[in-house]
Design a protein around this ligand. Structure first.
Ligand code: ZN
Ligand code: ZN
Ligand code: FE
Length: 755
């Protein structure tokens, strides 16, 4: 037996609200250690005492065997004088604990809970709300701090004796699991009919609302399903009649619907999944994963019209697991809203807004505190993921800043795919996806979200950051806040800074920032920028050749207008209507837009997004779109992977390429070849422009960001060129390249610039 030792261990990271203390209690018990564990403002503090060998084993296993939802970032042991303790205790939290402690993202049902859900002998057999310390709702049920049951939407449910015993037992998987519940004491599901609204549905299976809803789904009904972060509209994914009906009722013109499969085998039958896609899909945040649709997917054409990809996800709540297993068919699970409104998350609101869409409502009585959409990701070789939308399952994880914010700050983001960001010191919390800040409803979500995060993380902003654009509602919100310092950050600099900051890069870099639109420092609409700079500042080194934007927003909805503007730029005044658009665009309208595109009244833009629109229209793909980026997505999907040619775009001047595309399309060159040559040409020209700017300065890294870089082909191609040129390539990984990353970038700029 070695000499007796006592060691204090400071543990930092995500270690509160994740079952860390009971885990330490069990580990200490296994190894026969005395001492205690407690939560405090810095994380978890442990003291253990035993003979030296046991203490060493404890230190070896402490991080390695940590519970699934914990993330140990730092372990700091220090030797103390042995006190001769007996036994091991979980000590009550000390006062002054950080209020943010324990608010973690919602996590998918764990295997242990799933086993109980499926075990007829278990008291939680088929209970749609089974959860434990390792899984279940978190962020979406929190109404205040500190994180305990009274501050969640579970406050109204008093635990029964068996649940309470689990909750109080440090050795139990449900020790301090705040949403702990069972059929005796917890939330219950119910199924309501549409007409008259709120009629309980009876008949067979009346006592099992989930089974009843699944049977209705299998029969072709549309069911509004209350989930974790909001309502989904569900229906059979393979039934064109019902999917088309859902699309018509939802008035969601052409945006793709996501599909939920019962398990990974079911998902494999829908989409071509590599190991990376499967890992993303099975992860605890259970995002929607975009992957190529299988030819034999058995998914109705209306699920994702015109898209080569399919958004697929796996069940993430026990209710989903039951529903999918009972329905025995993949289900469309699309956000419960009409068109571009925010997703419904309150029962009364859902019953009202979705009454014209859903035939049945599968509800439950555990309120959703914060509306949170499904996250959306795409796999990219050699990287964690390309995040398209960061929300449920990922929020409110902090993303550290490389430079500490001297003063607490709020960054209000941009306008589309809006998010906000609060920061204090090196910690930054990016809010859930709010949506496009166009209307009162989304603005209200935005304001409520900010207020909620301010309370959750105890931040009183002293600096409020916003976009340069004076007309964004986010800018207006920032400027409304009194008694703070305001800071405007240029849109594309914020894109650059967001990517630099998440990689902890504080030096200089060159960024190709391509997106739809952002106000430039010269008052024109930017969107195809080569910026040189760092977190604190950036200058424009090069940009896409500017062109006039004929008709503002109309030019976004009608890509043929950009085709007209670009063709005129390349070929001279009044270009003839290209054959690919004949019969689809009125000749008089074409002539009028050509005139508009010569007019001083039309704004000038360097937008890469609008260039994609123009090329898609010239290919005859999409003269009109229902949402921004749609034409670009279809152009990417059309690419012939075998094509090796590229259109010339030297100096980011696409005029020659536009002429070549027009000629090729007229000559009958397949769209896939034209699309591929365009992507390859733009990727090469982009890499050249970036390398060029880097060679003139001392920048050691290249950044590719902005919404256009959701295009995997462009991203991969440009990255390859840049790596060959000897540059380190940084791309967004934890945040989206689109405007969902802007708020974090603004925060990084403000932190770096604050004296
Ligand atoms: Zn669990
Ligand atoms: Zn109970
Ligand atoms: Fe942008």
């Amino acid at each position: 037996m070695t000499a007796r030792r006592r060691v204090r261990v400071r543990v930092r990271g995500t270690v509160q609200g994740v079952g860390f203390r009971p885990y330490v209690h069990r580990l200490a018990g296994d190894l026969g250690l005395a001492g205690f564990v407690l939560n405090d403002a810095e994380g978890v503090l442990v003291e253990v005492e035993a003979d030296g060998a046991a203490v060493d084993r404890f230190l070896e296993r402490l991080a390695a065997d940590a519970p699934p939802l914990a993330a140990v970032e730092h372990l700091e042991p220090s030797e103390l004088t042995p006190l001769g303790d007996r036994g091991f205790a979980i000590v009550a939290s000390e006062g002054g604990a950080e209020p943010s402690a324990g608010v973690t993202p919602d996590a998918a049902t764990c295997d242990d809970c799933l086993a109980e859900l499926r075990d007829p002998a278990d008291r939680r057999f088929r209970y749609p709300f089974v959860n434990c310390t390792n899984c279940g709702p978190r962020f979406t049920i929190v109404v205040g701090v500190p994180y305990d049951r009274g501050n969640t939407t579970m406050a109204g449910f008093a635990m029964c004796a068996p649940c309470r015993a689990e909750y109080d037992d440090p050795a139990d998987r449900r020790f301090h699991a705040e949403p702990n519940a069972c059929p005796e004491c917890g939330p219950a599901a119910r199924l309501l009919g549409r007409w008259p609204i709120g009629t309980p549905v009876g008949g067979q299976l009346a006592n099992d609302p989930v089974a009843r809803a699944a049977a209705a789904l299998a029969d072709g009904a549309i069911v509004a399903v209350k989930g974790i972060g909001g309502f989904h509209l569900a229906c059979r994914a393979g039934d064109e009649r019902v999917v088309a009906r859902l699309r018509a009722r939802k008035r969601r013109e052409e945006k793709p619907f996501a599909v939920m499969a019962a398990d990974i085998e079911g998902a494999r039958r829908l989409a071509v999944l590599g190991a990376a896609e499967e890992a993303l899909m099975a992860a605890r945040d259970r995002p929607i994963v975009l992957a190529p649709r299988r030819d034999d997917a058995g998914v109705a054409p209306s699920v994702a019209p015109g898209s080569a990809d399919l958004g697929v996800m796996l069940p993430y709540s026990p209710l989903h697991h039951l529903l999918l297993a009972d329905a025995a068919t993949p289900l469309v699970m699309t956000s419960g809203n009409i068109s571009d409104e925010p997703i419904a998350h309150r029962d009364d609101d859902a019953l009202e807004r979705l009454a014209g869409i859903a035939d049945l409502f599968l509800l439950h009585d555990r309120p959703i505190a914060t509306r949170t959409d499904d996250s959306v990701v795409r796999a990219v070789p050699g990287r964690p993921a390309l995040v398209i939308r960061r929300s449920r399952g990922r929020v409110p994880d902090a993303i550290d800043l490389p430079v500490a914010a001297e003063r607490p700050l709020l960054a209000c983001g941009a306008e589309l795919k809006s998010t906000f960001c609060l920061a204090r010191g090196r910690r930054a919390w990016v809010g859930h996806h709010i949506g496009d800040l166009h209307n009162w409803e989304t603005l209200r979500s935005f304001r409520e979200g900010i207020a909620h995060f301010e309370r959750l993380f105890a931040i009183v902003p002293e600096v409020v950051v916003h976009d340069l654009h004076p007309d964004y509602l986010s800018t207006a919100h920032a400027l409304e806040r009194q008694g703070v310092e305001h800071l405007a950050v240029q849109h594309h600099h914020a894109h650059l800074a967001a990517c630099l900051a998440e990689h902890g890069w504080t030096g200089e870099a060159v960024g190709a920032i391509y997106d739809g639109a952002g106000l430039g420092t010269d008052g024109t609409v930017w969107g195809g920028e080569i910026l040189v700079g760092d977190l604190a500042g950036a200058r424009r080194a090069a940009h896409l050749r500017p062109v006039r934007l004929p008709g503002g927003d109309a030019a976004v909805r009608e890509p043929w207008r950009m085709a007209c503007a670009w063709l005129q730029e390349a070929a001279g005044p009044d270009p003839p209507l290209p054959p690919a658009l004949a019969g689809r665009v009125d000749a008089a309208a074409w002539a009028a837009v050509a005139r508009l595109a010569r007019s001083e009244l039309s704004p000038v833009t360097t937008s890469a997004g609008r260039l994609f629109d123009a090329v898609a229209a010239l290919c005859g793909l999409r003269p009109r779109v229902s949402h921004e980026g749609q034409a670009a997505i279809e152009l990417e999907a059309a690419c012939d992977p075998g094509e090796r040619g590229a259109y010339p775009m030297d100096g980011l001047d696409p005029r020659e390429a536009i002429l070549a595309i027009t000629a090729d399309v007229a000559a009958g060159v397949p769209t896939g070849v034209v699309a591929a040559r365009f992507h390859r040409g733009l990727a090469a020209a982009t890499a050249d422009a970036v390398s060029d700017a880097a060679s003139r300065g001392g920048a050691g890294a290249a950044v590719l960001s902005g919404g256009v870089f959701q295009n995997r082909r462009l991203l991969e191609d440009a990255s390859t060129h840049l790596r060959r040129a000897g540059l380190r390539v940084l791309v967004p990984e934890r945040l989206p390249p689109n405007d969902g990353g802007i708020a974090y970038g603004q925060a990084a700029v403000a932190a770096a610039g604050d004296p």
